[in-house]
Structure formats: C-alpha cells, structure tokens
Write a protein that binds this ligand. Structure first.
Ligand code: ADP
Ligand code: MG
Length: 474
C-alpha cells in the first residue's frame, strides 16, 4: 500500500515548502475551524487540521464501502421502524445507561401519542478501517455507523484541491490528477431540500439545531449555503432557543419565533452534556412535532453501539431485511467480531476472554464523539472491576482492527512539522428519504477520510486526535 511519494517524505526542504503551501491553500479553500480561544466568533479562525499528503486507500475496499452504503441506509431505516427490535435490543442497556434510557423514554412517549411526522430523512456516515489480514489482503471492517450529527461532509469536500496542489508542488502532477472529486455536503443538502419539499409548506424553514460551542461552524455552513442556493431559508438555533421560543400548533406543526419549521437537522444532541432538563424538554417538543427530524429519535437509537453489536448475531440481519439476501451478505462482510456483555453465561465468557487478552479488543460504552473507548490495560482493569455487575452491560466488546500504518505529516496550528506513523478511517455518507412506507431517495453521497497517529487509540477530528485527509486509491 506504499504511496508513490515515499521518495520525498524525508526531503525536509521540500516538505517544509509544501507544508507552507498546504496551509495557505487550506485557508483559501475554506478548510476552516474557529479557534479554541474564540469558539463562537469568526473574527479569528484557523485551518482545520489535515494531513500534508493524501493517504493510500485500497481501491477495492473503497468501492466496497460505497457499494454497501445503500444497504446500510435501508438497514438503519428498517431498525428505526422496528419497535420490537429496539425494545428487545436496548432492554439491558437502558437499565444501566441513563442517557440511552432517557432517549428511549422519549421514543416510547412519542410512539404512544402517535407520530405526527410522516416524512423521514436519514443522514448517516458509516465508518471503516482497513484490517491488515495476517497474510491475506486488507479487509474493510466497520467501526460504527453515525446516525446523528455526522460531521465533516463540508470541510472534506475542500481537501481535494489542497492535496492536489501539494502533490504538484512536490512534483507529482500525475498523482494529483488522480484524486477523486468529493462533495458530501451537496448530497446532504439535496436530502434536506427534498425533505423540505415533501413537507409541503413553501414558507417553512430548515432549522439547524446547533451546539452552544460552535467551533465547527464552517463545516455546517457548507450544507447551509447549498440550501440558501436553492432558496431555502435556514435558521440556526440551540436547544435553549427551542425551549424558550418553540411551540406546536393543534396539528403539531413546529414554530420557532412564529416561523414554521419543515426540517430539523441535528448537529447537537448526541452526548449527555448536550442536555439539561430544559434541553430534554425541547427535545421532546421537537420529537412530538410534525417537522422532519434528521434524525428522528428512533433513528438515533438505531445508531447506538448496542444495536451495532446485536446486528452481528446470526439471523438478525435476515430478520430485519427480509427478501434482501444480497444486501445482508454485503453488510455482514463488513462486520468485525462484536460481543455482548449482557448478564448470563455468554456475557461471562466474553468478559473472561477480554480480560485474558485485552489487546485484541476495544471496550465501548454507549457514547459518541470520540475518546470514550477503552483499550489494553485500562480495558482489563475496568472490566475486572465490573465483570460481575450489571454495569458491564452499558458496554459492548469489539475486536480491535489493526490497519497497516503509512507515513504522513499531520498539520496542526502551532505544532511542529514531523513525520508520523498514521492510520486512517474511511467514512461514507448516506442519505435516504421515506414518505410513509415508501423509500423515495437512497444514496451514497460522498466520503470522508480521517487520519491519526498510531499512538492514539481513539478520537476523531473534533476531539483533536484525527485530521482531515483525502484518499489516494491504490
Ligand atoms: P465514537 O462514537 O466515539 O466515534 P467509535 O466507535 O467511532 O466511537 O470509536 C472512536 C475511535 O476509536 C474510532 O474513530 C477509531 O479510531 C477507534 N476505534 C473504534 N473501534 C475500533 C476498533 N474496533 N478497532 C480499532 N480502533 C477502533
Ligand atoms: Mg466514531
């Protein structure tokens, strides 16, 4: 999997010059983030961290990831409509995990009342690593699927031009011409626009539900601007605004400041720290409304790690997707080993297996956003402590994927320029739209490559560990 620029990797003057060009190109292209010091103002901004060079990605695995995306869209949509499956799957988790329990409570509450929403929009990102087989070729293995607030579809569309220029500066114009164009944000906006259209009220707006701290606003603006270009009005509001100014009419239409909202696009709401009591109330109000939530709460639950683990049980995919044998085969081929820690003999055996050989596994709680997983010695210690307690069921266990590293430079503001051994994670963005029971859109709309130094076990771009990258197919 060696890249065709190994020759220049250690040529310091050439690398230094290329890095200077790269940073300016990133700023010009809009690979931007607000600063830690001023996270809510755009007076001072910086480039979002990125790799100096594209990273090699096996083309067969890249194609495989695209080819399975519509299947995953269909699967997530099916899970979100399967109350029995969600109830059964999350039963043990919600006994010990308060956050999942709270989401689940809203889910059952809105179902009991009856859904006012009839148009459903899913935007997800399925993430993979390339597991280096013992002797065979590398294999595509899913890390997780993100069904809420999947980010970087905007900024990633702008790294191609940056990396193309870097390759030219380094005397590799032919390689530059092979980089694939990529614009997930256009596809995400297209999904939101179609949902807005199906909602059927031309004066209604699209509401981005945003965080209190908005460092990654430029990524969101990419999607937002595509909507303005289609003459769709976008407002940006926080849970707090919804609590203060949101209301429903008798038909459960959602209003913010007197404006009807057709689509709510969540870029917030996926971790416990996003919620206080008022925010939970705001979330309930949104879920009860007719507005198209992206995602609705059922789809958010479909993206939990516990659901991911249960999907790997023999027969489960077949039950969820009857009549789709080929899709089931494609999906299953991407699964790594996943194990339940539910109470009972099976869970006891899994816990013992992990404690005996912790470096083979990752221990994952029901959390999103990076930095929550446990590895190695820490995994062993935590699991030993909770092995006989129901607390263990708030985790799942997963085989650790071991990708082959490649050398690259990770460019971050105020950081020294040094070569690092890196591994990458490929994400594919999926968009689908359902009206009643009819799937009217189901697409893969682009990709994201994130790369980190091997010494970091965990964490994404927002967590400050991984950086943006562009795949170079080999
Ligand atoms: P989160 O919801 O926090 O993003 P992930 O499941 O994506 O949770 O895990 C976070 C990071 O941990 C991933 O981006 C990846 O770098 C690493 N990771 C997760 N699962 C595995 C695994 N099975 N093998 C190797 N690394 C993993
Ligand atoms: Mg992740």
């Amino acid at each position: 999997m060696a890249a065709p620029w190994e020759d220049v990797l250690r040529d310091r003057p050439a690398i230094r010059e290329a890095a200077a060009v790269a940073v300016d190109a990133a700023l010009l292209q809009g690979v931007l983030m607000r600063t830690e010091g001023q996270p809510n103002a755009s007076d001072v901004v910086n480039f979002a961290p990125f790799t100096l060079l594209p990273s090699p990605v096996p083309s067969a695995l890249f194609e495989q990831a695209y080819a399975v995306q519509q299947d995953f869209n269909m699967l997530v949509d099916a899970i979100s409509q399967n109350k029995e499956f969600l109830e059964h799957t999350l039963a043990s988790t919600i006994k010990v995990d308060d956050f999942t329990a709270r989401l689940f409570r809203i889910y059952t509450q809105v179902l009991e009342e009856g859904l006012a929403q009839s148009v459903f929009l899913g935007i997800n990102r399925s993430d993979y690593m390339f597991d280096s087989g013992v002797d065979g070729p590398p294999a595509l293995k899913q890390i997780e699927i993100n069904t809420i607030a999947a980010s970087f579809g905007g900024l990633t569309s702008r790294t191609v031009a940056v990396h193309g220029q870097v390759l030219k500066v380094l005397g590799k114009p032919q390689e530059a011409s092979r980089l694939l164009p990529n614009n997930p944000s256009r596809g995400l906006a297209l999904g939101i626009a179609k949902a807005w259209e199906l909602y059927g009220s031309p004066s209604a707006v699209v509401m981005f539900l945003v965080e209190e701290v908005q460092r990654n606003i430029f990524d969101q603006r990419c999607v937002e601007n595509e909507l303005w270009n289609r003459d769709i009005r976008v407002i940006r509001k926080r849970f707090r605004d919804v609590f203060e100014k949101g209301s429903l009419d008798e038909a459960r239409r959602l209003y913010m400041d007197g404006q009807e909202v057709a689509v709510v696009y969540y870029r917030e709401g996926y971790v416990p720290s996003n919620y206080d009591e008022q925010n939970w109330e705001a979330r309930l109000l949104l879920e009860r409304s007719r507005a198209v939530k992206c995602p609705d709460i059922a789809t958010q639950l479909a993206g939990t790690k516990k659901v991911q683990q249960e999907l790997s049980r023999p027969g489960t995919l077949e039950r969820l997707l009857p009549g789709h044998a080929e899709a089931v085969t494609r999906i299953r081929a991407t699964f790594a080993g996943l194990y339940s820690l539910d109470m009972g003999a099976e869970g006891d055996k899994v816990a013992a297996m992990a404690i005996a050989d912790p470096d083979r596994f990752v221990l994952k709680p029901q959390r999103e956003g990076g930095g929550n997983n446990l590895y190695g010695e820490e995994l062993r210690q935590v699991l030993e402590k909770i092995r006989d307690s129901p607390q263990r069921t708030s985790y799942i266990l997963m085989d650790k994927i071991k990708p082959r590293p490649a050398m690259n430079y990770l460019l971050r503001a105020h950081s020294p320029l040094q070569v690092s051994e890196c591994i990458s994670e490929l994400g594919i963005f999926g968009v689908y739209l359902r009206r009643g029971s009819e799937l009217v859109l189901n697409e893969a709309v682009g990709h994201l490559l994130r790369t980190k130094a091997v010494e970091h076990a965990d964490g994404g771009v927002a967590a400050g560990v991984a950086v943006l990258d562009t795949p170079y197919l080999v």
